[in-house]
Every structure is written in C-alpha cells, then in structure tokens.
Design a protein around this ligand. Structure first.
Ligand code: DAH
Length: 340
C-alpha cells in the first residue's frame, strides 16, 4: 500500500510536468495515461495485489488518481483549444497577399484597338453598323446590284425567314449608313465582325473582324489614300516595313488596288507565310466609285473619296506570328493568356 502511494505520487509529479504543443502530442498524452493500455489502467491492475483489509483505502486512492489524470488531461486539452482558436484568428499582416488571377485582352482586341488608335490620330472617328443587314446596305448601294457576278466574291449567309436580310459580309455597310446621313466631309473607320460561308481552315473562318476606312471630302486623291495607308503600316509594323500596291477590282471603288507589305516573318526572303514571294497582302482599297456616292445622295462632281478594308485576323497573325486563325475563336486560355 505504501509502495502504491509512493508510485502514485511519483506519477503525479511526472504528469504535472507534462506539456503539449500540438494536437498530436495531446493525443499521445491521452494514450499514454488514459488509453486502454495506458498508465492508469496498469495502476488500477495493481489493486489485485493489495491485501483485502487495505482494498477500500487503496480504491479511494486510485479513484482520486484517476480523477487527477482526467482533470489534468481536460485542462491540457482546454488550453490547447484556446491557443488553437487564437491561431485561427491570428492574422499575420506581414505575409504577402494572395494574388488573384487576372484576365488578359484577346489578341484580336489588342490589335484592333491599336489599329483604331492609329486612325484616330489621323482624325478618323468610329462608325458602326448592324451585323444583320439588308441587301441594299451590304450589296446594292455598294454598286453590287442583284445578280452582279462580284457578289460571288463573298459567300453570303442569308436569313431564311427574311429574303432581304443577311449577315453582313464586310463592314462596308457601315460606310453606306454613314454616307446616307449626308454629313460631309466624312472621315470614319468601321471596325466589326463579319460573316462569310467559308470552309473553316487555318487561313479562313466563317466569321472574322474587319476595319474599314472611308474619307470623303472635296479634292481627295489617290495620293491621300497612299499617304494614309503608308502612315498606318509604319505605325503598325515599324519603319522598316516595305509597301507595294497592285491594281485590283472591287465594284465599289475605281480605280481599285490591293496593298502588300514585305513579309514580317522572313523580311522578304521568302517563307511559307508569304508563299515564297516575300510579300503579304493586307488590304483592299480604292477611290470610292461615283455610283456609290450617288447611291448615298452625295454629289460625285463635287466630292471624291477613298476607302480601304482589311482583316484584323490577318494583321494579328502577322503581328504575333500565329499560324492558325482558328485559335482566335477556340477560347483556349493557354493560348489567350500569352498576349498582353
Ligand atoms: N470590302 C472588301 C472585302 O471585304 C474590302 C475592301 C476593299 C473594302 C476595298 C473597301 C475597299 O472599303 O475600298 O473584301
């Protein structure tokens, strides 16, 4: 009995000296002293060696010891809860914040905005038109009357419920709408989405974006057109890029031309992008056909004008050396996040 008493006193000292620093250590404490194979159980087991006449006093002693161990465990676990809570509420203001993922602009938007900015500096303002258009504004007013063979240059999506309606094939419809307002002189660019019934490939899509331009005033000449486009190309692609004009045909301009720039990929040496010619076509242009002016109520004896139109996808592909324009409409973030 005295021996048991001495042992218990010893254990009490040991327990009182324990401290725990984590939930894991708290659990280890519980297992060591209160577990099924723990110290308390083994001390209780010693009851059987105590002589009968002392059993009552020993039982009391052990009971007190049990309460002591349980209370101590409770105290440890309570103090632990508090410090746990404190750490949960604790804010370390010296830690760096979590950065939120930021989106980036679509490459088509980046390039289109740059194009718009260049023309705005030359005094052009933005004019927009509807994507669902009537035949007059997309074709007839542009000197493309019904059954004109040049309508086949642009494969058109028609709206089946309304034979006169279609998805615009170019943003020239916005030029017609601006001219019809009759406010002259007129200096506008028309950015926007257009649609054509083309087989989708690396180089063509059934929808794409254009920026068209129109300048109408007295005495506008082809020299003005060339100077405007030279300025645009140098601003867009840099001073070293070379430019050439080739005669072409559009029903709404006369004379008409297409403009090429020296290939940005191979600097004119010849590669697959320029089909080994060293030149890449970037736009169509010309002097506005007198018939188009008359169609919009403008006196073609008094006013002349130039117009041009280009595809934003083509310019973007050249700017960033993207080889497949389908990437622009697939919304793959791995592709899109590369552009800033
Ligand atoms: N509308 C033509 C196209 O989509 C491009 C174009 C050529 C626009 C000459 C013009 C222009 O305004 O004058 O292919």
């Amino acid at each position: 009995m005295d021996q048991l008493l001495a042992k218990i006193e010893q254990y009490k000292l040991e327990i009182q000296a324990s401290s725990v620093g984590s939930k894991e250590e708290l659990e280890n404490f519980r297992i060591k002293y209160l577990g099924t194979k723990g110290l308390l159980k083994s001390v209780m087991g010693e009851m059987k060696d105590v002589p009968n006449e002392q059993k009552k006093a020993a039982g009391q002693l052990l009971n007190e010891f049990k309460l002591f161990v349980e209370a101590f465990y409770q105290q440890l676990s309570d103090s632990f809860e508090v410090s746990d809570n404190q750490s949960a509420n604790y804010i370390d203001s010296s830690l760096p914040g979590q950065s939120l993922p930021l989106g980036s602009r679509h490459p088509i938007s980046i390039v289109q905005n740059k194009m718009i900015g260049i023309f705005q500096r030359l005094g052009f303002s933005i004019a927009e038109g509807p994507e669902i258009e009537d035949d007059w504004h997309n074709f007839s007013a542009l000197n493309l009357p019904e059954n004109h063979p040049a309508r086949d240059m642009q494969d058109t999506f028609y709206i089946s419920q309304h034979p006169d309606w279609l998805l615009r094939t170019h943003t020239s419809n916005a030029q017609i709408r601006a001219m019809e307002k009759g406010e002259l002189p007129l200096r506008i660019i028309c950015p926007g989405r257009v649609y054509r019934n083309e087989t989708i490939s690396a180089r063509a899509h059934c929808f794409f974006n254009q920026v068209e331009g129109l300048y109408i005033a007295e005495n506008v000449s082809f020299a003005d057109l060339k100077q405007t486009l030279y300025f645009f190309v140098k601003e867009m692609f840099g001073a070293d890029v070379e430019v050439r004009f080739r005669p072409s045909y559009f029903p709404f301009t006369e004379p008409s031309a297409e403009m090429d720039i020296s290939c940005l990929i191979c600097s004119g040496k010849g590669c697959s992008v320029c089909k080994r010619t060293g030149w890449v076509e970037i736009l169509g242009c010309g002097m506005v056909h007198p018939k188009v002016l008359e169609n919009c109520g403008i006196d073609s004896n008094k006013y002349t004008g130039f117009a041009f139109g280009m595809g934003v996808e083509r310019i973007t592909m050249l700017t960033y050396q993207v080889k497949d324009l389908r990437l622009f409409s697939e919304n793959d973030v791995r592709f899109l996040k590369q552009f800033t």
